[in-house]
Design a protein around this ligand. Structure first.
Ligand code: 5AD
Ligand code: SF4
Length: 446
């Protein structure tokens, strides 16, 4: 029997196919869209599966050890494709590439390419190189914003647009300033052009991204001015941003959030700890009192504001008393949701040398406690909304289907409601909350 050649084999010079996997935060998702655009311009095309790719790339995260272990396991799995397809090129991108390239190349000698977050422009060149040694580019470039490259956004009603890259805060526990480099902001005209194009394609909600997004500054444009300019883009109905740093929440920014109806009443405001001693050791640049005062100002200015946070338990030196203070902060603020993490010692950070005084078992115990606490608080806060009505931007079918649709309220809470043929993604519908879990609102059309 003769095998029928595939379309790609039939073409004289088929475009090489790329399989790209993304790990970690929203920034990495946005960077992968950028990488896809860079590679497409250079004649590459996305592969449908890793099995039929010519190039496999993993865009990685280094924030905690666990994230790195996961990628290393996946790399091991993918390396087996190289046995049957020696021409396959395997590459590692992103924060982990930047963080420990030497150890990586030792642990994964089959890697052909290692590229840090500021090296994506050079990917086609690196992939084109014919060499037995892996192509490595982990030079950080304090000017690189990729502002001129339009990323390949996933289609949907919401798009994540990078506003700034890098971080200058150097929190003692965090590897981000080392792997993503110095803070730099994308020119406002690049962001606004992107937003206009997205709106024309049907995107209704823009989420501005940056490691400390509210530290944004480009010439005379600060973050509040950027938000105001974005609000004037026709077709953009909702504006969000993540993640702001508490120390950069200026009065002007709070006032702009309160005054501009397109800016949605939801803020992810990482606290990390509720103990002043630990906040100082973490070099967070605020006290619990200052944080609570900010929360009070925000809530006074934006009465319907929802808040979420990041909490680290078991930072070096965290006593039971410090931990109780974190629990106290979570209760006092009453977050709508929280991302909670066990402290993970990271090489290169300032806290690396301090040590890791809290045992793994104790970290797990503390983590379980904050997770259970947040579940209870979330459930209470979500249930308190029963009977209330909200405008919901429709995203598409709900995950557990049954003809239901899902979307977000202004407070970024998932709303699930009955579908109707005339309700399409991108529309805004009014719903009434009928019941709630700790993670979603079950609604009727109002
Ligand atoms: N260990 C645990 N959590 C960390 N984060 C950052 N670095 C670490 C670390 N070394 C958490 C912080 C940050 C979030 C993105 O990840 O809470 O806000
Ligand atoms: Fe890391 Fe702190 Fe920068 Fe956030 S602000 S990315 S926690 S160094």
């Amino acid at each position: 029997m003769t095998r029928i050649p595939t379309m790609a084999e039939n073409q004289h010079n088929p475009a090489p196919r790329v399989w790209l996997e993304t790990y970690g935060c929203q920034m990495n998702v946005a960077d992968s869209q950028l990488v896809t655009a860079v590679l497409r311009r250079a004649g590459y095309t996305p592969a449908a599966r890793p099995d039929d790719a010519d190039v496999i790339l993993l865009n990685t995260c280094a924030i905690r050890e666990h994230a790195e272990e996961r990628v290393l396991r996946r790399l091991g799995e993918l390396a087996r494709f190289k046995r049957t397809r020696p021409a396959l090129r395997l590459g590692l991108l992103g924060c982990m590439a930047q963080h420990n390239r030497a150890a990586l190349i030792e642990k994964a000698p089959w890697l052909d390419l290692v590229a840090g977050p500021d090296a994506y422009r050079r990917l086609p060149e690196m992939l084109g190189a014919q060499s037995f040694d892996p192509a490595v580019d982990v030079r950080l470039n304090r000017a690189e914003t990729y502002g001129d490259i339009a990323p390949e956004y996933a289609c949907g009603v919401r798009a994540y647009v990078t506003a700034m890259r890098g971080c200058d805060k150097f929190c003692a526990f965090c590897v981000v300033p080392y792997v993503r480099g110095r803070e730099r902001s994308v020119a406002p005209e690049d962001i606004l052009r992107e937003a206009r194009q997205l709106a024309e394609r049907g995107v209704r909600e823009i989420v501005l991204l940056g490691q400390t997004v509210n530290a944004y500054r480009h010439g005379a444009t600060d973050f509040a001015a950027l938000l105001s300019a974005l609000a004037r883009v026709d077709g953009v109905e909702r504006i969000r941003f993540t993640s702001p740093h508490p120390a950069d929440m200026t009065a002007g920014l709070v006032a702009t959030m309160a005054a501009e109806p397109k800016i949605q009443p939801y803020l992810h405001l990482p606290a990390q700890s509720g103990s002043n001693r630990i906040l100082a050791a973490m070099d967070r640049g605020y006290t619990v009192e200052a944080y609570l005062e900010l929360v009070a100002r925000l809530r006074a200015a934006i009465p319907e504001l929802a808040l979420s946070t990041d909490i680290i338990v078991g930072f070096h030196g965290e006593t039971d008393e410090d931990f109780r203070a974190t629990v106290g902060l979570m209760r006092t603020v009453g977050y709508d949701s929280a991302f909670t993490f066990k402290y993970s010692v990271r090489e290169h950070t300032r806290a690396f040398r301090l040590g890791d005084s809290v045992s793994e078992a104790e970290k797990s115990r503390r983590l379980a406690e904050v997770i259970a606490l947040q579940e209870a608080i979330s459930l209470e806060r979500y249930r308190a909304l029963i009977g209330r009505e909200f405008p919901v931007l429709v995203e598409g079918p709900a995950r557990r289907g049954a003809g239901r649709l899902a979307g977000k309220t202004p407070q970024f809470k998932t709303a699930i409601f009955p579908g109707r043929p005339e309700i399409a993604p991108g529309a805004t519908v009014r719903v009434r909350v009928e019941s709630a879990t700790a993670h979603s609102l079950i609604c009727a059309l109002a």
